[in-house]
Design a binder for this molecule. Structure first.
Ligand code: SAM
Length: 262
C-alpha cells in the first residue's frame, strides 16, 4: 500500500476529493486536513491531480529521515517526497498584488505569465471576457499590450482612460466577428459555468480566420461537481488545436487555470 498527498488551496478540498474519485477511483481517501489530503492505493502513482498545488509521496506521519517535513497549521507534521517541480513561489516570495490594482485578477494573470513564462509582448492584442473591474486588464496594459475588455459591468476609471484599452460593454455572447478577429491572447474570467463558456468560445473561435496564440481561461469551480468535468473541458480545448495545461495558482480561490497554447 502506498500513500500520496496533495496540497490544495483552502476551500477546494471537496472539489479535489471529487476529482480524485472520478479520475483515479483506485486511490482512496485516507486523511484530510484543511488544504492537505492524502490518498492510499496500490501501484503507480496517478498523474498530478488538477487541483493539487503540490503533490507527492507520503513517507509517514511525523518527522522521519529521507524526506521533507510539511508542518501543517491543522493536521500535524508529515514527512513527504514532493514530486511536483518547485514553482517559483515555493522558495521565492510570491507575486504581490499592487495596491492600485482594481481586483485580485491582476495576481492571477501575473502568476500564470511568470509560471509558464508566457511570451506576452508589447503590441500584442489581448481580449478578456469577464473583464470588470479590470485587474487583469491593468496588468496587460502595463506590459504594453493593446487590450479589449468585454463585460456589461463597469470598468475601473484608471483602466477606462488608458489609450490602449477598449471597453466592449456587453455580454461576450454578443461579440461580432470583427471584434474577435486579430486577437493574440484570449482571456476568460467569467463567473459562469465552464461548460457554457467553452461552448460559446468554441463557436467564436470557429468564426475567426486566425486563432489566438494562447487562451488563458479561468474555470470557476462554483460547486465540487465541476471538478469532475475538468478533464472533459481540457480535451475539448485540445480538439481546437491547442496544447493545454490545467494548474491551480496560489491566488486562486474556487477556480483553476486552463492554459492553452497553439
Ligand atoms: C471574476 S469577475 C472578472 C474579474 C476581472 N477579470 C478583473 O480582472 O477584474 C467576473 C465578471 O464576469 C462578468 N460576466 C458575467 N457574465 C458575463 C457575460 N455573459 N459576458 C461578459 N461578462 C460577463 C461579470 O460582470 C463580472 O464582472
Amino acid at each position: 500500500m502506498s500513500f500520496f498527498f496533495c496540497l490544495t488551496n483552502p476551500g477546494l478540498e471537496a472539489s479535489l476529493k471529487l476529482e480524485m474519485s472520478k479520475r483515479f477511483p483506485h486511490w482512496k481517501l485516507s486523511f484530510s486536513a484543511p488544504g492537505f489530503i492524502t490518498f492510499k492505493g496500490e501501484g503507480k502513482f496517478p498523474d498530478r491531480p488538477y487541483l493539487a498545488r503540490y503533490w507527492g509521496e507520503v513517507l509517514g506521519k511525523g518527522v522521519l529521515e529521507g524526506g521533507e517535513v510539511l508542518r501543517l497549521e491543522k493536521g500535524g507534521e508529515w514527512t513527504v517526497k514532493i514530486h511536483t517541480p518547485r514553482p517559483f513561489w515555493f522558495d521565492a516570495p510570491e507575486a504581490v498584488l499592487p495596491e492600485e490594482s482594481p481586483s485580485r485578477a491582476w495576481l492571477k494573470i501575473e502568476e500564470a505569465i511568470r509560471l509558464f513564462d508566457l511570451s506576452v509582448m508589447t503590441g500584442d492584442v489581448a481580449m478578456e471576457v469577464g473583464a470588470s473591474p479590470g485587474g487583469a486588464v491593468m496588468n496587460l496594459l502595463d506590459r504594453g499590450l493593446i487590450v479589449k475588455g468585454v463585460d456589461p459591468a463597469l470598468m475601473d476609471p484608471r483602466v477606462l482612460k488608458h489609450p490602449n484599452f477598449t471597453h466592449l460593454k456587453k455580454p461576450f455572447q454578443e461579440l461580432t466577428p470583427e471584434e474577435t478577429s486579430g486577437v493574440d491572447w484570449w482571456l476568460s474570467d467569467l463567473n459562469l459555468a465552464p461548460g457554457s463558456v467553452l461552448s460559446h468560445l468554441g463557436r467564436i473561435l470557429r468564426s475567426v480566420d486566425t486563432k489566438p496564440r494562447g487562451l488563458i481561461l479561468t474555470l470557476k469551480l462554483a460547486k465540487p461537481e465541476v471538478a469532475a468535468e475538468i478533464a472533459q473541458h481540457e480535451s475539448r480545448v485540445q480538439e481546437w488545436g491547442y496544447r493545454t495545461c490545467v494548474r491551480l495558482l496560489p491566488s486562486h480561490h474556487k477556480e483553476v487555470l486552463l492554459l492553452a497554447i497553439k
